[in-house]
Design a protein around this ligand. Structure first.
Ligand code: XMP
Length: 374
């Protein structure tokens, strides 16, 4: 199937009147595979760039360039200041996503113009536009499927060779195309990057906290066969909630709190922007941590339930550890990690950053949560 798919796409792309196409590479399997596929068809008329948005993980742009050096030459464009200028201070999830998309495409349209290109290659896959169109979230790279005319707004036509495929099919295709395993097996990283993992008001300090915590979690959970594992950070501002505490009283000596921040989830076919519950205290047994969401996640407006692993009296931020397994990213299970491992990671995060007041583990599957928080 894949070989014929490759041939079909290559033929299709060759038949288009392309002067030059620009591919924005994120280092993930989707955008890389799309670019490699188009390069097969049009050779050096494909120009690949990596936009450093300032919301990248530590060392990300250099890593990606290095990983792809044998297969796709890429140029790193530093646009961090531009994104910071437009986005710092924003607090609402969709506002961040929409602003990110605007800045992202404005930067891209300038590069397209500078290079004299007329097409933009995107690694959009089926769940991206299905979820965006369904109103679950504004995926940063979805335009035409929601009625934005790229040609008149940004001056390029869109080439999306993977738009009907799901992640596992893209991985298969990538293997056929000789994309390195390190890219194929890389966990997905959302386009808006750490801007949507610095939950709530976006500040440079919060970005710095999430970047450092991300590094620890990524290293500690690497190679465990998970689909996605990362950190999110927000202010440690909670208020106790007696009703929620009563609902889980059978599971241990527990208290429930509501964070001030809100986070995204899925309810039915649409997106919810609801409350995040913090549970702290002693569980009767560790496995019941994975039951908490059954009690709390069914309550209206609760999208994420986080169990507190460690806290201390000082510090401004809460770090949430997120680790999930999934086939298609449309639904996801929480990774059943041992308590000792999580405690150890939490301790390392606290030791490494005295701005962190507490660390918890997000125990909510998708649905009712989303994998990300915004
Ligand atoms: P959610 O949070 O909706 O995420 O459960 C599902 C998958 O999509 C990734 N994701 C994104 N990827 N641009 C991307 O390229 C985005 O705007 C975006 N938002 C979420 C997320 O990391 C997960 O793998």
């Amino acid at each position: 199937m894949e070989t014929s798919l490759i041939n079909r796409v290559v033929e299709e792309v060759r038949s288009l009147p392309i002067r030059c196409a620009l591919a924005a590479i994120s280092g993930g399997v989707d955008s890389t595979t799309a670019a490699v596929l188009v390069r097969r068809a049009i050779g050096d008329r494909l120009r690949a760039v990596f936009i450093d948005t300032g919301f990248m993980r530590l060392g990300e742009p250099a890593n990606v360039k290095e990983l792809l050096s044998d297969i796709l030459p890429i140029e790193v464009i530093n646009a961090g200041d531009r994104f910071y200028r437009e986005m710092l201070g924003l607090g609402d999830a969709e506002e961040k996503r929409i602003r990110f998309r605007e800045v992202f495409y404005t930067v891209l349209s300038e590069i397209v113009r500078n290079y004299g290109c007329d097409w933009l290659v995107q690694g959009t896959i089926a769940p991206d536009w299905i979820e965006t169109r369904g109103g679950i979230k504004t995926q940063h790279n979805v335009l035409e499927q929601i009625g934005i005319d790229a040609a008149s707004k940004y001056g390029f036509k869109l080439l999306e060779p993977l738009r009907e495929l799901y992640k596992d099919q893209v991985r298969e295709l990538a293997r056929q195309l000789g994309v390195p395993d390190a890219i194929i097996n890389r966990q997905p990283f959302p386009g808006p990057g750490l801007s949507i993992r610095a939950v709530g008001e976006l500040t440079l300090e919060k970005l710095d906290v999430v970047r450092r915590a991300t590094k620890i979690i990524e290293e500690r959970l690497e190679g465990m066969g998970l689909s996605q594992w990362f950190a999110a950070v927000w202010e440690y501002e909670v208020s106790p909630n007696g009703d929620l505490s009563r609902v889980i009283s059978g599971l241990g000596r527990l208290s429930a709190y509501l964070f001030r921040v809100r986070a995204t989830g899925v309810k039915g076919d649409s997106r919810a922007y609801g409350n995040v519950v913090l549970v702290s205290g002693e569980l009767g047994n560790w496995d019941s941590v994975y039951e908490l969401y059954r009690y709390l996640g069914t309550i209206r407006e609760v999208t994420h339930v986080v169990y507190e692993l460690i806290s201390r009296g000082v510090g401004r931020y809460f770090v949430s550890i997120r680790a999930v397994s999934t086939e298609d990213f449309m639904t996801a299970d929480v990774a059943r990690l041992p308590r000792e491992l999580l405690m150890d990671i939490a301790q390392e995060i606290m030791n490494n950053d005295d701005r962190v007041a507490a660390v918890g583990y997000d125990v909510t599957p998708k649905p009712p949560a989303t994998i990300e928080y915004e």
